[in-house]
Design a protein around this ligand. Sequence first.
Ligand SMILES: [Fe+2]
Length: 254
Amino acid sequence: MIDIHCHILPNIDDGPPNDFDFLMMANQAVKNGITHAYATPHHLNGLYFNPKEKILKLAVEYNTLLEMNNIPLQIHPGQELRIHREIFQSLERNEILTLDNKGKYLLLELPSREIPDNTQEVVYELLLKGLTPIFVHPERNRGFHEDHNLLFDLAQEGALFQLTAGSIVGQFGKKIQSFSEKIIEHKLAHFIATDAHNIHFRGSNLKEAYEWVTNKIGIHHTFYLKENTELLLTGKNVHIEQPVPFRKRFLRIF
Ligand SMILES: [Fe+2]
């Protein structure tokens, strides 16, 4: 399996603090069935500044460490970019890193409590530059909980969405689990990833999340979500199913 979002590189953000914990995380990922993991450190989230060159260099170094330890995991470079007023200046400074540095897909993070007013504008500008944003964990964003169709609107514009495996298996509670299920059913989820930060909380539970999707929603969704990670890894365009809009709340009384 391919994990497109995790914080496995040590001592760079709120991921593992040292090489030992990095190796523990890598072993846990392998045990879960993960063969490729995109290391996606936070960038511009107010706490961490991790520009492209730094991540590219570390990905090479830590792949060597994995080889030396005979751990069959391949690290791919990526970045989790926060929607920020300086996003386009950072892009001009060549600090933004797309997945595998292929100039195509980009992990984009929103603040957890809201959806900034300029979000659609940012998506539009990124798409014009040939970059497709993948919003991470929309199921945990309060703005999307309050208005589900903001997800639909952004998907219609061309944005993609990645759910967190822990949300799907219920690690963040019933409300987030149920919203994750709805997002998948409405064909608004394009990927599942661990967003693992350490071996304890949000560790590698990708296999369990796919199993949950298979049992609760249907195997077709599991194939779709898994295949998209493979397409992304091989540099192809991901499949985008036609999303279904959420019913307006007032219709639910009938
Ligand atoms: Fe993350």
